[in-house]
Design a protein around this ligand. Structure first.
Ligand SMILES: *[C@@H]1O[C@H](CO)[C@@H](O)[C@H](O)[C@H]1NC(C)=O
Ligand SMILES: *[C@@H]1O[C@H](CO)[C@@H](O)[C@H](O)[C@H]1NC(C)=O
Ligand SMILES: *[C@@H]1O[C@H](CO)[C@@H](O)[C@H](O)[C@H]1NC(C)=O
Length: 277
Protein backbone atom coordinates (compact mmCIF):
# COMPACT_ATOMS: atom_id res chain seq x y z
CA UNK A 1 0.00 0.00 0.00
CA UNK A 2 2.75 2.38 0.95
CA UNK A 3 4.62 1.30 -2.15
CA UNK A 4 1.62 2.09 -4.31
CA UNK A 5 0.97 5.43 -2.69
CA UNK A 6 4.54 6.56 -3.04
CA UNK A 7 4.78 5.55 -6.68
CA UNK A 8 1.54 7.36 -7.50
CA UNK A 9 2.86 10.38 -5.64
CA UNK A 10 6.02 10.34 -7.73
CA UNK A 11 3.94 9.90 -10.87
CA UNK A 12 1.78 12.87 -9.98
CA UNK A 13 4.84 15.05 -9.44
CA UNK A 14 6.29 13.95 -12.78
CA UNK A 15 2.96 14.57 -14.51
CA UNK A 16 2.64 18.01 -12.97
CA UNK A 17 6.16 19.00 -13.97
CA UNK A 18 5.64 17.69 -17.49
CA UNK A 19 2.29 19.29 -18.14
CA UNK A 20 2.57 22.55 -16.28
CA UNK A 21 5.69 23.58 -18.17
CA UNK A 22 4.70 23.88 -21.81
CA UNK A 23 6.80 26.51 -23.54
CA UNK A 24 5.01 28.73 -26.00
CA UNK A 25 1.57 27.83 -24.79
CA UNK A 26 0.92 30.91 -22.73
CA UNK A 27 0.17 34.31 -24.20
CA UNK A 28 3.29 36.13 -25.14
CA UNK A 29 4.68 39.45 -24.22
CA UNK A 30 4.87 42.68 -26.15
CA UNK A 31 7.44 44.07 -23.73
CA UNK A 32 10.99 44.12 -25.00
CA UNK A 33 13.51 42.10 -23.02
CA UNK A 34 16.12 44.86 -23.18
CA UNK A 35 16.61 48.38 -24.52
CA UNK A 36 17.94 47.05 -27.84
CA UNK A 37 14.83 48.15 -29.74
CA UNK A 38 14.73 51.65 -28.26
CA UNK A 39 15.66 53.09 -31.65
CA UNK A 40 12.24 51.86 -32.82
CA UNK A 41 10.20 52.39 -29.67
CA UNK A 42 11.34 55.98 -29.10
CA UNK A 43 10.27 57.11 -32.56
CA UNK A 44 7.12 55.00 -33.04
CA UNK A 45 5.87 55.26 -29.46
CA UNK A 46 5.39 51.54 -28.86
CA UNK A 47 7.39 48.33 -29.21
CA UNK A 48 7.47 46.49 -32.55
CA UNK A 49 5.52 43.67 -30.88
CA UNK A 50 2.74 46.15 -30.07
CA UNK A 51 2.69 47.41 -33.65
CA UNK A 52 2.73 43.86 -34.98
CA UNK A 53 -0.14 42.80 -32.71
CA UNK A 54 -2.27 45.82 -33.64
CA UNK A 55 -1.68 45.23 -37.35
CA UNK A 56 -2.73 41.59 -37.11
CA UNK A 57 -5.75 42.43 -34.94
CA UNK A 58 -7.23 44.38 -37.84
CA UNK A 59 -7.96 40.97 -39.39
CA UNK A 60 -8.06 38.80 -36.27
CA UNK A 61 -9.21 40.70 -33.16
CA UNK A 62 -8.19 37.76 -30.98
CA UNK A 63 -4.58 37.69 -32.13
CA UNK A 64 -2.01 37.86 -29.35
CA UNK A 65 1.72 37.99 -29.87
CA UNK A 66 2.95 34.56 -28.78
CA UNK A 67 6.28 33.71 -27.27
CA UNK A 68 8.18 33.45 -30.51
CA UNK A 69 9.91 30.22 -31.51
CA UNK A 70 13.69 30.44 -31.15
CA UNK A 71 14.15 29.61 -34.84
CA UNK A 72 13.23 32.00 -37.64
CA UNK A 73 10.52 32.69 -38.47
CA UNK A 74 9.47 33.03 -34.85
CA UNK A 75 5.82 33.44 -35.80
CA UNK A 76 3.54 32.46 -38.66
CA UNK A 77 0.88 34.11 -40.79
CA UNK A 78 -1.92 31.66 -39.99
CA UNK A 79 -5.05 33.82 -39.73
CA UNK A 80 -7.95 32.67 -41.89
CA UNK A 81 -8.26 36.22 -43.22
CA UNK A 82 -4.57 36.56 -43.86
CA UNK A 83 -4.45 39.94 -45.60
CA UNK A 84 -3.00 41.65 -42.52
CA UNK A 85 -0.03 39.32 -42.14
CA UNK A 86 0.52 37.96 -45.65
CA UNK A 87 2.86 40.82 -46.54
CA UNK A 88 6.47 41.86 -46.02
CA UNK A 89 5.46 44.68 -43.66
CA UNK A 90 4.08 42.21 -41.12
CA UNK A 91 7.06 39.92 -41.71
CA UNK A 92 9.49 42.72 -40.89
CA UNK A 93 7.51 43.59 -37.77
CA UNK A 94 7.58 39.93 -36.72
CA UNK A 95 11.36 39.85 -37.08
CA UNK A 96 11.69 43.05 -35.06
CA UNK A 97 9.38 41.61 -32.40
CA UNK A 98 11.47 38.44 -32.32
CA UNK A 99 14.56 40.56 -31.64
CA UNK A 100 12.53 42.38 -29.01
CA UNK A 101 11.70 39.13 -27.22
CA UNK A 102 15.09 37.45 -27.54
CA UNK A 103 17.57 40.33 -27.29
CA UNK A 104 18.10 40.26 -23.56
CA UNK A 105 21.34 42.25 -23.45
CA UNK A 106 21.12 45.99 -22.91
CA UNK A 107 23.36 48.26 -24.90
CA UNK A 108 24.51 48.33 -28.46
CA UNK A 109 26.60 45.16 -28.51
CA UNK A 110 24.19 42.63 -29.96
CA UNK A 111 24.23 41.75 -33.63
CA UNK A 112 20.58 40.77 -33.42
CA UNK A 113 18.67 37.90 -35.01
CA UNK A 114 18.75 37.75 -38.81
CA UNK A 115 16.64 35.61 -41.13
CA UNK A 116 18.10 33.50 -43.94
CA UNK A 117 16.97 33.34 -47.55
CA UNK A 118 13.42 32.04 -47.86
CA UNK A 119 12.33 32.81 -44.32
CA UNK A 120 9.51 35.01 -45.56
CA UNK A 121 8.01 32.04 -47.44
CA UNK A 122 8.09 29.99 -44.25
CA UNK A 123 6.42 32.85 -42.40
CA UNK A 124 3.72 33.01 -45.10
CA UNK A 125 2.89 29.32 -44.79
CA UNK A 126 -0.29 28.76 -46.79
CA UNK A 127 -1.42 32.39 -46.92
CA UNK A 128 -0.86 32.77 -50.66
CA UNK A 129 1.13 35.24 -52.68
CA UNK A 130 0.54 38.19 -50.40
CA UNK A 131 1.86 41.69 -51.04
CA UNK A 132 5.52 42.74 -51.16
CA UNK A 133 6.64 46.16 -49.91
CA UNK A 134 3.06 47.27 -49.37
CA UNK A 135 -0.19 46.43 -47.64
CA UNK A 136 -3.46 45.62 -49.40
CA UNK A 137 -5.30 48.92 -49.88
CA UNK A 138 -8.04 48.16 -47.35
CA UNK A 139 -5.57 47.04 -44.68
CA UNK A 140 -3.50 50.17 -45.32
CA UNK A 141 -6.64 52.28 -44.81
CA UNK A 142 -7.42 50.43 -41.60
CA UNK A 143 -3.96 51.09 -40.18
CA UNK A 144 -4.45 54.80 -40.85
CA UNK A 145 -7.93 54.78 -39.29
CA UNK A 146 -6.60 53.12 -36.17
CA UNK A 147 -3.45 55.24 -36.10
CA UNK A 148 -1.13 52.27 -36.30
CA UNK A 149 2.19 53.96 -37.05
CA UNK A 150 4.01 51.99 -39.75
CA UNK A 151 7.44 53.46 -40.32
CA UNK A 152 8.49 53.95 -43.95
CA UNK A 153 11.38 51.50 -43.68
CA UNK A 154 8.87 48.70 -43.03
CA UNK A 155 7.79 49.02 -46.67
CA UNK A 156 11.29 48.03 -47.82
CA UNK A 157 12.99 44.71 -47.41
CA UNK A 158 14.72 41.96 -49.35
CA UNK A 159 13.37 40.12 -52.37
CA UNK A 160 14.83 36.72 -51.44
CA UNK A 161 12.91 36.46 -48.16
CA UNK A 162 15.87 37.19 -45.92
CA UNK A 163 16.05 39.90 -43.27
CA UNK A 164 18.87 41.63 -41.42
CA UNK A 165 18.57 43.34 -38.07
CA UNK A 166 21.58 45.67 -38.10
CA UNK A 167 20.93 46.86 -41.64
CA UNK A 168 17.29 47.50 -40.84
CA UNK A 169 18.20 49.44 -37.71
CA UNK A 170 20.79 51.58 -39.51
CA UNK A 171 18.50 52.11 -42.51
CA UNK A 172 15.73 53.30 -40.21
CA UNK A 173 18.05 55.52 -38.19
CA UNK A 174 19.25 57.23 -41.34
CA UNK A 175 15.68 57.73 -42.45
CA UNK A 176 14.67 59.17 -39.07
CA UNK A 177 17.57 61.59 -39.09
CA UNK A 178 17.00 62.65 -42.68
CA UNK A 179 13.32 63.36 -42.11
CA UNK A 180 13.15 64.66 -38.54
CA UNK A 181 11.42 61.43 -37.50
CA UNK A 182 8.67 62.31 -39.94
CA UNK A 183 8.80 58.88 -41.53
CA UNK A 184 5.18 57.79 -41.48
CA UNK A 185 4.21 58.98 -44.92
CA UNK A 186 1.96 56.07 -45.88
CA UNK A 187 -0.90 57.60 -43.93
CA UNK A 188 -2.06 61.18 -44.34
CA UNK A 189 -1.63 63.34 -41.25
CA UNK A 190 0.54 60.96 -39.26
CA UNK A 191 3.13 63.27 -37.77
CA UNK A 192 6.36 62.56 -35.96
CA UNK A 193 4.98 63.01 -32.47
CA UNK A 194 5.06 59.60 -30.89
CA UNK A 195 1.95 60.27 -28.86
CA UNK A 196 0.10 57.46 -30.52
CA UNK A 197 -3.07 56.64 -28.70
CA UNK A 198 -2.41 52.94 -28.51
CA UNK A 199 -6.01 51.90 -28.45
CA UNK A 200 -5.91 48.47 -26.90
CA UNK A 201 -9.09 47.26 -28.55
CA UNK A 202 -8.81 47.73 -32.29
CA UNK A 203 -12.04 47.13 -34.12
CA UNK A 204 -12.72 45.68 -37.52
CA UNK A 205 -11.98 47.41 -40.78
CA UNK A 206 -13.64 50.72 -41.47
CA UNK A 207 -13.96 49.99 -45.13
CA UNK A 208 -16.26 52.94 -45.68
CA UNK A 209 -14.06 55.59 -44.17
CA UNK A 210 -11.44 57.90 -45.54
CA UNK A 211 -11.96 58.15 -49.26
CA UNK A 212 -10.28 61.51 -49.53
CA UNK A 213 -6.64 61.48 -50.42
CA UNK A 214 -6.09 57.96 -49.15
CA UNK A 215 -5.73 56.42 -52.56
CA UNK A 216 -2.99 58.85 -53.52
CA UNK A 217 -1.12 57.97 -50.34
CA UNK A 218 -1.27 54.29 -51.15
CA UNK A 219 0.04 54.85 -54.63
CA UNK A 220 3.08 56.63 -53.20
CA UNK A 221 4.36 53.22 -52.06
CA UNK A 222 7.62 52.23 -53.70
CA UNK A 223 5.98 48.97 -54.68
CA UNK A 224 7.36 48.70 -58.14
CA UNK A 225 8.23 45.06 -57.56
CA UNK A 226 4.74 43.66 -57.25
CA UNK A 227 1.23 44.95 -57.34
CA UNK A 228 -1.00 44.44 -54.34
CA UNK A 229 -3.27 41.46 -54.72
CA UNK A 230 -5.81 42.07 -52.06
CA UNK A 231 -8.60 39.71 -52.96
CA UNK A 232 -6.85 36.42 -53.27
CA UNK A 233 -5.69 35.41 -49.84
CA UNK A 234 -8.82 36.06 -47.83
CA UNK A 235 -10.82 33.33 -49.49
CA UNK A 236 -8.26 30.70 -50.41
CA UNK A 237 -7.63 29.07 -47.07
CA UNK A 238 -10.73 29.27 -44.96
CA UNK A 239 -10.51 25.53 -44.31
CA UNK A 240 -7.18 25.74 -42.56
CA UNK A 241 -6.80 24.33 -39.13
CA UNK A 242 -6.75 27.22 -36.71
CA UNK A 243 -3.49 26.79 -34.87
CA UNK A 244 -4.12 29.78 -32.66
CA UNK A 245 -2.42 30.59 -29.45
CA UNK A 246 -5.81 30.59 -27.75
CA UNK A 247 -6.25 26.91 -28.44
CA UNK A 248 -2.82 26.32 -27.05
CA UNK A 249 -3.63 28.23 -23.90
CA UNK A 250 -6.84 26.27 -23.41
CA UNK A 251 -5.10 22.95 -23.94
CA UNK A 252 -2.33 24.01 -21.60
CA UNK A 253 -4.84 25.04 -18.98
CA UNK A 254 -6.70 21.73 -19.20
CA UNK A 255 -3.51 19.72 -18.99
CA UNK A 256 -2.41 21.84 -16.07
CA UNK A 257 -5.70 21.18 -14.29
CA UNK A 258 -5.41 17.42 -14.91
CA UNK A 259 -1.86 17.47 -13.60
CA UNK A 260 -3.01 19.42 -10.57
CA UNK A 261 -5.70 16.83 -9.78
CA UNK A 262 -3.16 14.05 -10.20
CA UNK A 263 -0.86 15.85 -7.79
CA UNK A 264 -3.64 16.30 -5.23
CA UNK A 265 -4.67 12.64 -5.60
CA UNK A 266 -1.11 11.50 -5.11
CA UNK A 267 -0.69 13.68 -2.05
CA UNK A 268 -3.95 12.34 -0.61
CA UNK A 269 -2.94 8.69 -1.13
CA UNK A 270 0.48 9.39 0.32
CA UNK A 271 -1.10 10.99 3.37
CA UNK A 272 -3.55 8.10 3.82
CA UNK A 273 -0.84 5.49 3.45
CA UNK A 274 1.27 7.16 6.11
CA UNK A 275 -1.72 7.43 8.44
CA UNK A 276 -2.61 3.74 7.99
CA UNK A 277 0.93 2.58 8.59
C1 LIG B 1 5.92 40.75 -19.69
O1 LIG B 1 7.24 41.16 -19.39
C2 LIG B 1 7.32 42.03 -18.28
C3 LIG B 1 8.76 42.49 -18.17
O2 LIG B 1 9.66 41.43 -18.38
C4 LIG B 1 6.84 41.29 -17.05
O3 LIG B 1 6.89 42.15 -15.93
C5 LIG B 1 5.41 40.83 -17.28
O4 LIG B 1 4.98 40.07 -16.18
C6 LIG B 1 5.31 39.99 -18.54
N1 LIG B 1 3.91 39.69 -18.81
C7 LIG B 1 3.52 38.48 -19.27
C8 LIG B 1 2.06 38.33 -19.51
O5 LIG B 1 4.30 37.55 -19.46
C1 LIG C 1 15.60 51.50 -46.28
O1 LIG C 1 14.68 52.55 -45.93
C2 LIG C 1 14.10 53.22 -47.04
C3 LIG C 1 13.30 54.37 -46.52
O2 LIG C 1 12.56 54.03 -45.39
C4 LIG C 1 13.25 52.23 -47.82
O3 LIG C 1 12.65 52.85 -48.92
C5 LIG C 1 14.14 51.09 -48.28
O4 LIG C 1 13.36 50.12 -48.95
C6 LIG C 1 14.83 50.46 -47.08
N1 LIG C 1 15.71 49.40 -47.54
C7 LIG C 1 15.58 48.12 -47.12
C8 LIG C 1 16.53 47.15 -47.72
O5 LIG C 1 14.74 47.79 -46.33
C1 LIG D 1 13.85 61.61 -33.27
O1 LIG D 1 13.59 60.68 -32.23
C2 LIG D 1 14.69 60.40 -31.41
C3 LIG D 1 14.30 59.36 -30.43
O2 LIG D 1 13.17 59.76 -29.70
C4 LIG D 1 15.15 61.68 -30.72
O3 LIG D 1 16.29 61.42 -29.94
C5 LIG D 1 15.47 62.74 -31.76
O4 LIG D 1 15.78 63.95 -31.13
C6 LIG D 1 14.27 62.93 -32.66
N1 LIG D 1 14.64 63.87 -33.72
C7 LIG D 1 13.87 64.89 -34.03
C8 LIG D 1 14.36 65.80 -35.09
O5 LIG D 1 12.80 65.11 -33.46
Amino acid sequence: MVQLAESSYAFAIAAAVTFLWIPGVYAGNTTCASNQLDWYTSVVGETPCDTYQRLRRICNPDYEVPNFRPDTPGDQCDDQVSACCCNTVAFQLSMLCMNCQYDTVDGDISSGIDAGVGTYSLYQGKCGAGTDNSLPADVQRATCNENIRLDDFLYGGWDDGSWFYIFTKQNASKDHAANNNDTFTHCPDQDSSSSSSSSSTPTALHTGGGTDGVETTVSINPSDKSAPTAGKDSSSDTGNDKRSSNTGAIVGGCLGAVAGFLLLGGLFMFWRARRNR
